[in-house]
Write a protein that binds this ligand. Structure first.
Ligand SMILES: Cc1ncc(COP(=O)(O)O)c(C=O)c1O
Length: 473
């Protein structure tokens, strides 16, 4: 079979764009130059444009409308970041080039680490991990190595609260830890009394995100970190919700030792199937030596890759997703020190505005000041399920909030408006949510009515996904 036929739209000798002018531009030695021809589909430019334009119309993105997907922070990505990351000077470098020839790129790694250090108080960041969950795994590998070096091989347990993001226990398990689950009390915070009883010589650490996935700030965080440290264990911060406290609280001041940041959430780069991610891991001073190799340091005004003998090693090819780092760097610089806290201030204001506006129609299980997201437990008169509400929102042109997560309530509806949305957008969404609360049950149970595909069988969609473009026609 002709290799090209693996591409569904390929047809021999059709051509869209000639890459010849870019050949041999990389400063790479012969050893690393590609020997075989690269396999591309053979399609005309018009076919390519139509193919991707039509596919994009079948999707929904934050550039089209409100996307309040709780926990995922689907916020607008300023186009200037894309422009900068798309500069040829960045796109045409190769990770195997000599460090002398990529000083600008190393400077971006170095400077971005410095900014994150200032924001969080950590001593150094590694940009090797390519997603939040990847950052968790990397951070836990650092934790494991720390205890191995100290000969404390008994520390095999990681405590995770019930309100944790699902990736936390998963990452701990992948890293070889046993998971111990700690409950929350009625205000959504960690049950400190239960935690006290769980801490023993076998506990390596606790993984916490603050604010939690309930959007609630862990008010006992200093007590928790004191207890954990007294036990000789470490505090791991899932920094995926850093966008709620940016510029207000330094992670190190809450008592955390290791953390990751979801650059693709907090610092506005595409997220959720939208592109590559980045989950840089930051650590306190004495743990820097365990970070993945290499990290970038500056000496005599030059930037260098530095390798540590005690490092956990490599966790990804080369140096992580560089383009994501450029976007985050641009985003932080464009806000500057004076405006970085506006991100959290407005994200929190918007979430609380939605909370207060909808609490007459929707059940609010934790009625206290929330941070960047608000959790409801379905509609007050229970006439329809959260799934029905989510499906009906599609008819009104809104991406639904996250549903049935966290697992603490039966009809969870987690709304995260982000800082970018105007009051008019929020009011439009609130009005529709209120309208849905009074709509005909049959209309809600059979929604959506206006989308390309109607209500899908969720189980079948997961078991037999249609991933080819022809399946969508
Ligand atoms: C609190 C929290 N932790 C971890 C993650 C995992 O991040 P990623 O999807 O990049 O692996 C997320 C994702 O949104 C999150 O919200």
């Amino acid at each position: 079979m002709d290799d090209k036929l693996i591409f569904e739209k390929s047809s021999n000798s059709r051509i869209a764009y000639d890459f010849a002018e870019y050949e041999h531009k990389y400063a790479l030695s012969d050893k690393y130059q590609r020997k075989e021809e690269l396999l591309f589909p053979e399609v005309s430019e018009l076919d390519v444009v139509r193919h991707f334009t039509n596919l994009s119309k079948k999707n929904f993105g934050v550039d089209e409308g409100f996307y309040p997907l709780g926990s995922c922070t689907m916020k607008y990505n300023p186009k200037i970041n894309e422009e900068l990351a798309g500069l040829r000077q960045f796109n045409n470098v190769h990770p195997l080039q000599d460090e002398k020839t990529v000083q600008g790129c190393l400077e971006i790694y170095y400077n971005t680490s410095k900014l994150l250090e200032e924001i969080t108080g950590m001593a150094k960041f590694s940009f090797a991990p390519c997603a939040g969950a990847h950052g968790e795994l990397t951070g836990l590998m650092v934790m494991k190595k720390y205890f191995e070096e100290r000969g404390e091989f008994n520390r095999k347990k990681v405590i995770v609260p019930v309100s944790a993001h699902g990736t936390n226990p998963a990452s701990a398990a992948v890293c070889g830890f046993e998971i111990a689950v700690c409950n929350c009390v009625s205000d959504g915070c960690v049950d400190v009394e239960m935690l006290k009883g769980m801490l023993d010589e076998n506990v390596a650490g606790i993984m916490l995100t603050n604010p939690s996935t309930l959007g609630i700030f862990e008010k006992d965080i200093l007590t928790i970190s004191k207890l954990v440290h007294k036990n000789g264990s470490l505090m791991y911060y899932d920094g995926a919700n850093l966008n709620a406290v940016l510029g207000y609280v330094k992670t190190i001041d809450m008592g955390f030792d290791i953390m990751h940041i979801n650059l693709h959430k907090t610092f506005s780069t595409p997220h959720g199937g939208g592109g590559p991610g980045s989950g840089p891991v930051g650590v306190r001073e004495d743990l820097v030596k365990y970070l993945p190799n290499p990290i970038v340091e500056k000496k005599n005004d030059k930037y260098h890759f530095v390798y540590s003998k005690k490092s956990i090693g490599k966790v990804s090819t080369f140096y992580g997703n560089f383009n994501v780092v450029i976007k985050a760097y641009a985003y932080i610089l464009s806000l500057g020190k004076e405006h970085i806290s506006d991100v959290s201030r407005l994200a929190v204001l918007n979430a609380n505005y939605i909370k207060e506006s909808l609490k007459d129609e929707y059940i609010l299980p934790i009625d206290r000041h929330c941070k960047h997201e608000v959790v409801f437990d379905g509609i007050k008169d229970h006439k329809v399920s959260t799934l029905d509400i989510a499906k009906r929102l599609l008819d009104y042109g809104y991406h639904p909030p996250t549903i049935y997560f966290p697992l603490l309530f039966h009809e969870t509806l987690m709304i995260e408006p982000t800082e970018n949305e105007s009051k008019e957008t929020l009011d439009g969404f609130i009005n529709v949510m209120k309208k849905i609360a009074h709509e005909d049950i049959e209309v809600l149970k059979t929604a959506p009515h206006t989308t390309i595909v109607r209500r899908l069988d969720d189980v079948k969609a997961a078991r037999f996904p249609k991933v080819k473009y022809r399946d969508l026609l």
